[in-house]
Design a protein around this ligand. Sequence first.
Ligand code: NAI
Ligand SMILES: Nc1nc(O)c(N)c(N[C@@H]2O[C@H](COP(=O)(O)O)[C@@H](O)[C@H]2O)n1
Length: 219
Amino acid sequence: MHVHVNAATSADGKLSSRRREQVKISGSDDFARVDEVRAASDAVLVGVGTVLADDPHLTLDDSSLIDARESRGESPHPARVVADSRARTPTDARILDDEATTYVLVSEDAPETRCESLEAAGAAVVVAGEERVSFPAAFDALESHGVERLMVEGGGEVIFSLFAAELVDELTLYVGSMIIGGRDAPTLADGEGFVEEFPRLSLQSVERVDDGVLLTYTC
Ligand SMILES: NC(=O)C1=CN([C@@H]2O[C@H](COP(=O)(O)OP(=O)(O)OC[C@H]3O[C@@H](n4cnc5c(N)ncnc54)[C@H](O)[C@@H]3O)[C@@H](O)[C@H]2O)C=CC1
Ligand SMILES: Nc1nc(O)c(N)c(N[C@@H]2O[C@H](COP(=O)(O)O)[C@@H](O)[C@H]2O)n1
């Protein structure tokens, strides 16, 4: 599976503010590029922290991208995936509507009743990991459902875990020309943090987009 992490940070490396409410960092050209990355993916993944904070939809906005997928024999939108160890995704979350398939990755610790509620709301629940979602096991399960190209949009906890598990193939990072600040504001990679053997990236390109910079790395 090819794993492509895409995110937007402020110039000081924040994904959003200390209130963890969505901050519009990208401009229109970058959002259009994000739509293209989604359209080229089989599935788009976020953590439940992002679902609770942003209530994202994760579908395509541009109808020509939908048409192009359909002409290739693909579903109109990529599948949506939530990493949600304890099955906390609200049953009325936008990500669970019927516009696309949605997988909710849970751990063995997830309450059975919550999993049943998510299935009743239309989700395909995938159990992978004991107390927390195990991404290697979850990705094997997603591959068995035909997911070969996975886009990850965040947030910082999930992105850290993917780097820690050495599962990231590509990173595109839009750095917007703004400062958010705040020691408790989420950053691109949160989690426990690395103290040795820091993952090293290979910079492929630097491009001005909107009023910011798009950095493309292979990992
Ligand atoms: N600017 C951008 O591009 C984006 C910004 N965001 C922002 O990020 C923030 C949310 O990020 P976070 O709080 O870090 O939440 P997150 O979206 O990374 O979700 C973290 C949660 O995922 C679950 N999880 C399951 N298995 C896990 C594993 N193996 N490793 C890590 N987490 C696992 C846990 O319940 C954990 O609490 C929001 O403020 C949102 O607005 C989110 C996506 C994109
Ligand atoms: N790429 C990017 N740039 C920004 O400025 C952002 N605030 C985000 N946020 C993420 O975009 C997703 C929202 O998706 P929908 O528009 O609801 O489909 C979600 O993952 C946000 O956290 N991304």
